[in-house]
Design a protein around this ligand. Sequence first.
Ligand SMILES: Nc1ncnc2c1ncn2[C@@H]1O[C@H](COP(=O)(O)OS(=O)(=O)O)[C@@H](OP(=O)(O)O)[C@H]1O
Length: 335
Amino acid sequence: MVLTHYTKNHGEEAREGEKLSHESQELLLSLPKEKGWRTPYLYKYQGFWCQPMEIQAIVSFQKHFLACDTDVVLATIPKSGTTWLKALAFAIVNRKRFPISNNHPLLSYNPHDLVPLLEYKLYANEQLPDLSNLPQPRLFGTHVPLASLANPIKKSSSRVVYLCRNPFDTFVSSWHYTNKIIPKTQAPMPLEDAFEKYCKGIVGFGPFWDHMLGYWKESIERPHKVLFLKYEDMKEDVSFHLKKLADFLGFPFSLEEERAGCVEKIAKLCSFENLKELEVNKTGKSIKNFENRNLFRKAEVGDWVNYLSPKMVEQLTKVMEEKLGGSGLSFKVIP
Ligand SMILES: Nc1ncnc2c1ncn2[C@@H]1O[C@H](COP(=O)(O)OS(=O)(=O)O)[C@@H](OP(=O)(O)O)[C@H]1O
């Protein structure tokens, strides 16, 4: 059984390698690697862990992306509320073009289709997208850490919004998602194995602490450039954070809009309860052909209590204290 799994993984690695350019294959040979969560290996590229196809796309994005001053980049580590943030930002900046109505794009498209990920979609598979004709402000999503964003993003006046979620819930969400999308022929990943990797920082785009701290520090040093939001705060008061996001993006709500309930309408449109029940999100496919329904699970703060043992809680708390202590970044971990 173990042997079959091992052989299968190596076959997968060979197949994945075949899809890569010669240059990317050479690059991978020079990088440290560890067994991945659902792919044979994660490689450490520029200090963060990543899958081979993503590394190829990120190198291309770093080389070719041209920024506009009006660009908005929505950054997250996976499972921190990316889908939610994309829906909110799209609805806010496009509300004149697409007023809240029965044919709003968010009712027939998944947020990942409306706000494409730079590394999974736009620059994937050696594509060089022509982004010059996209309506402004252009909205992009990324899981890439701040230090590795394409230089034009850092140097231009484009804005970055970072959404962060407490590591306990992010871990549980990542583990569930991984087991939902791994091929049926592959054994599910035990919670304990995933947890050990997570605490060592071995998770896509991790270590999580470096990912968070990069954006956190920049949001303090350059608050006009990076807005740092927390998933738990947004769950507590979505309207307040929606207005904050709109102000930061340069699309503040007018008094008339507020009186007309525009903020609440957007919050409702983008809510977990609404998006989860839409046909497109029950049956459609978006990122890399993955099923949209897997993007919507529970959306709760504190669901980790149902999964982590006291020993695990102690271990992750210690990691967080060691890595995030003194930074000023802290989390509500229960509602
Ligand atoms: N609209 C909305 N509001 C609040 N929360 C939401 C929303 N949509 C998705 N979710 C929850 O977010 C988790 C998925 O994270 P991401 O969207 O970052 O996933 S991904 O990185 O884009 O794959 C996942 O969290 P868990 O339920 O804890 O697994 C989703 O349920």
